[in-house]
Design a protein around this ligand. Structure first.
Ligand SMILES: NC(=O)c1ccc[n+]([C@@H]2O[C@H](COP(=O)([O-])OP(=O)(O)OC[C@H]3O[C@@H](n4cnc5c(N)ncnc54)[C@H](OP(=O)(O)O)[C@@H]3O)[C@@H](O)[C@H]2O)c1
Length: 324
């Protein structure tokens, strides 16, 4: 089968380390299932692995891809919960297991015609959701769901700022927060993405770093250095910033005086539990909210897709078809 495999790592030229290889179809271990991947989607995580960030060189080569939707061996339509670990080791929360791994970190990922995962990581795919839509959910949408509802605990009427509107996580956060009755503001470097975010439910969208119409209760941060100071400035006293990523850099000035004087909370967030992924599906069924799919590409064109992601040229998610 064809698989997009990280064979080397380079900070300056990450795509040079990605090869399309012919590899054997994997055989599932006891308690694991074989999944025929109908759709996957790109995440910045794939780029970080190729850059050598957070992925040790001794785990190369590795088939990339963190998101998968497809068929199990019995023909059931499934979505893969991508966090592999032991919930008990995390006090009941697999995302807190110190030894957890996202798909493609220690186990072969989803940019392949087939993958194997623990059977407990399979979630039934509802019939009202397409494979393409389902493949957008496990990482980006699951992360946005946990940031908003588990970590920030937003409630209807809260004011929420989402930084970097065009991102996979950010577009999900805008749609989910709006569906939950929040007043949503967004920032983006791109005028087109700002305009599009208004159609997803944002009340207003401003260029990155510009003043908002009002202070907010919660900021959803995945951009990092480029937006961090703005995120803290936009919070009302007692507000909360939830951070799950730092695309533009991870070491901004901390602005500690503002954090303590304004009594701000800074919360980290990573991934989602299987239960949160199931709750996300229920929310989507109830509200009709669906992912923003920028485009779909066959696996053979994955380099082009990752280039668009690195260049910030995508709006929402790019879906990959490994079996096209
Ligand atoms: N902790 C977790 O579990 C988790 C899960 C998913 C993602 N993440 C992390 O979260 C980050 C976003 O992931 P993603 O998949 O949503 O990526 P993405 O789709 O590529 O989105 C990144 C967004 O960040 C904004 N951005 C990038 N550079 C910027 C800059 N210099 N100034 C202002 N805005 C900038 C862009 O927004 P505009 O183009 O609209 O300005 C872009 O749309 C990544 O670092 C990823 O690794 C973490």
């Amino acid at each position: 089968m064809l698989a997009a495999t990280a064979v080397s790592q380079s900070a300056s030229d990450p795509l040079s380390g990605l090869e399309l290889r012919d590899v054997p179809v994997p055989a599932p271990a006891p308690g694991w299932s074989l999944v025929k991947v109908m759709a996957s989607s790109l995440n910045m995580h794939d780029v970080w692995t190729l850059r050598g960030v957070g992925h040790p060189a001794d785990r190369i080569p590795m088939i990339l891809g963190c998101d998968a939707a497809g068929y199990d061996e019995h023909g059931n339509e499934v979505i893969v919960h991508p966090v592999l670990g032991d919930p008990e080791a995390g006090g009941g929360d697999v995302t807190l297991d110190p030894n957890r791994a996202l798909l493609s970190e220690r186990h072969a990922g989803a940019f392949a015609e087939y993958l194997t995962v623990p059977t407990g990581n399979l979630v039934p795919k509802p019939s009202w959701l397409s494979f393409d839509e389902a493949a957008c959910l496990p990482v980006a949408w699951g992360t946005a769901y946990r940031m908003l509802f588990t970590r920030a605990r937003i409630t209807a009427g809260d004011r929420v700022l989402v930084q970097g509107a065009g991102g996979g996580v950010a577009s999900a956060a805008i749609k989910l927060a709006a569906a939950a009755g929040a007043v949503v503001y967004a920032t983006s470097r791109s005028e087109a993405k700002r305009a599009e975010s208004l159609t997803w439910g944002a009340r207003a969208a401003v260029p990155s770093g510009d003043r908002l119409p009002e202070k907010v209760d919660v900021v959803i941060e995945t951009v990092g250095e480029a937006t961090w100071a703005h995120s803290l400035k936009c919070l009302k006293p007692g507000g909360t910033v939830v951070i799950a990523g730092a695309t533009s850099g991870a070491n901004p000035p901390a602005d500690l005086n503002r954090v303590f004087y304004q009594q701000q909370s800074v919360l980290g967030s990573t991934g989602c539990t299987r239960a949160e992924l199931v709750a996300l599906l229920r929310m989507m069924e109830a509200t009709g909210v669906r992912p923003v799919v920028d485009r779909t590409l066959p696996l053979a064109e994955i380099h082009q897709g990752l280039r668009l992601m690195i260049d910030g040229a995508l709006t929402g998610k790019l879906v990959i078809h490994p079996n096209a």
